[in-house]
Design a protein around this ligand. Structure first.
Ligand code: 4AD
Ligand code: MG
Length: 464
């Protein structure tokens, strides 16, 4: 089946050329004069291609007039100038083969408005809608731009393990990986589960972050990045949390927090402008149909410097704002989404990089500042979403790291290999993690994170 993409026909082919296209019917209108007007979409672009089929086709009465949304077809015909508005060309069918029928009585994706909640129950078919096709193309463009940005700067793409024995964030939000029979796990003499008899002869988990392993490679190869799925068993039912999400994590040797923040800003801007260049129609669609501010927001973000603000200053502004908050705010408490959004939306109206958080609310690996109270951490906040990136300079002094781990009830021995980096040729290094879904949400204006990943995994939900 030597077909070409609908995108190619619409953008590149001139009237007079012949083309074969395949796709799924969006609409079929049969006119009295013996013509059927069929629009098909093949996912290569937002637009559907109009096919005109007339009664001289052998299967016109038997098949073509019975086409409806969701049927798959393969059409060969002549590209002709379009009479209708909105498209340059259409296809005059010389042959139209129906490959698969979709009964209109039960095909779930009808040409009408469906709610996001309904479409989540049809996640295997929702990619055939305009919205989910556009999300998939933007997500693809973001992923490609992520690789381009780092590859063009000489970063090495590193595959860190999915199964791990360490809790990078120390937050205990781990999914266990085990092959022990549920309910019949072997016990040790004290009556506790004997993990030495499990598959890995120890407790193992799905990774929450590839950072610790990425640090080991950065301390050999200089600049590296990981990009893969990460897992968090946090019971957060919010429009911004998934139990399985994709994270890109660069890690840079000979780099401090300022360098880290600089790369984060350049990186985000690179990704935003790549999507604007490559997905103009999809972005236009989001701007018209999903959130009327996304294009203006992108332009504004690209044209302005990100604000740099310390945690201490941020808390100061929040306390003095005179607002009433759902969550309390004072020095030492973590910022909640409402606080992050106030800072980035109302105070500055652009992305803000907040740095130097209290050590007590951040992970063990972040470098202690000279004040002995704060760590060299940064979060990048953007309007509407709040935190999109979390990063830090890493603690590169062995004694300080050991002390920090003990203070947080972590056993340095079980991170012996991580500590070795500080024992042998330690260097200042820094990195960050960007949540892929949050960046796709920010770019597209999609309100719920469940709608920017093909098959969302959230508490109490792992359908498909
Ligand atoms: O701030 P986090 O927890 O940082 C880390 O995991 C570090 N190890 C990263 C690093 O320094 N290499 O997560 C990083 C980002 C967040 O800013 C957010 O965008 C995203 O990952 N993220 C989530 N996205 C969706 N669902 C969740 N449950 C997420 N948790 C974090
Ligand atoms: Mg974070």
């Amino acid at each position: 089946m030597n077909r070409i993409l609908v995108k190619t026909v619409l953008e590149n082919l001139n009237p007079g050329s012949t083309a074969t296209v395949g796709g799924w019917v969006r609409t079929c209108r049969v006119s009295k004069g013996g013509f059927a007007f069929i629009t098909i979409n093949d996912g290569s672009c937002l637009a559907a291609l109009q096919i005109v089929a007339d009664a001289t086709l052998a299967n016109y009465e038997g098949e073509i007039v019975k086409l409806s949304a969701g049927c798959s077809v393969l059409v060969t015909g002549e590209v002709v100038e379009s009479q209708g508005k909105g498209q340059r060309v259409e296809l005059k069918a010389g042959e139209l083969r129906v490959l698969g029928w979709a009964d209109p009585a039960d095909y779930p994706i009808q040409p009408k408005h469906h709610t996001m909640e309904f479409l989540r129950t049809q996640a295997h078919l929702r990619a055939r809608t305009n919205t989910f096709g556009a999300v998939a193309r933007v997500r693809n463009a973001v992923s490609a731009a992520i690789h381009e940005f780092f590859q063009s700067r000489g970063f090495i793409y590193l595959h860190t393990p999915i199964i791990t024995a360490s809790d990078c964030e120390g937050a205990g939000q781990l999914f266990r990986v085990s092959t022990l029979p549920a309910g019949q796990e072997p016990k040790d003499q004290a009556g506790a589960i004997d993990w030495s008899q499990d598959f890995f002869a120890r407790k193992a988990y799905l990774t929450v972050s590839g950072q610790l392993e990425a640090e080991t490679y950065a301390c050999a190869l200089g600049n590296v990045y990981t990009f893969g799925p990460t897992f968090r068993a946090e019971n957060s039912n919010t429009p911004r949390h998934l139990a399985e999400f994709w994270m890109v994590e660069p890690e840079m040797a000979f780099c401090d927090l300022q360098g880290d923040a600089r790369v984060a800003e350049e990186f985000l801007k690179y990704v935003f402008s790549a999507v604007l260049t490559r997905c103009p129609d999809d972005m236009q669609f989001f701007n018209e149909r999903v959130d009327k501010t996304v294009l203006a927001t992108m332009e504004h973000v690209l044209g302005n410097d990100f604000v740099r603000l310390s945690y201490t200053e941020a808390v100061d502004r929040l306390v003095k704002s005179g607002k009433t908050w759902n969550y309390p705010i004072q020095w030492g408490l973590d910022l909640q989404t409402e606080h992050e959004r106030y800072i980035t939306e109302e105070v500055f109206g652009k992305p803000v990089i907040i740095s130097d958080y209290p050590a007590s609310i951040k992970a063990f690996y972040m470098r202690m500042n000279d004040d002995q109270k704060t760590v060299a951490a940064m979060d990048v906040l953007v309007p509407r979403i709040g935190e999109i990136i979390g990063g830090s300079q890493r603690e590169d002094r062995l004694d300080v790291l050991n002390e920090r781990m003990r203070a947080m009830n972590l056993e340095p021995d079980s991170y012996w290999w991580y500590c070795d980096l500080r024992r042998y040729g330690s260097v200042p290094h820094a990195g960050f993690g960007l949540g892929l879904e949050r960046v796709v949400q920010f770019i597209t204006g999609m309100a719920n994170i469940r709608d920017v990943i093909p098959y969302p995994r959230t508490p109490r939900s792992a359908e498909f």
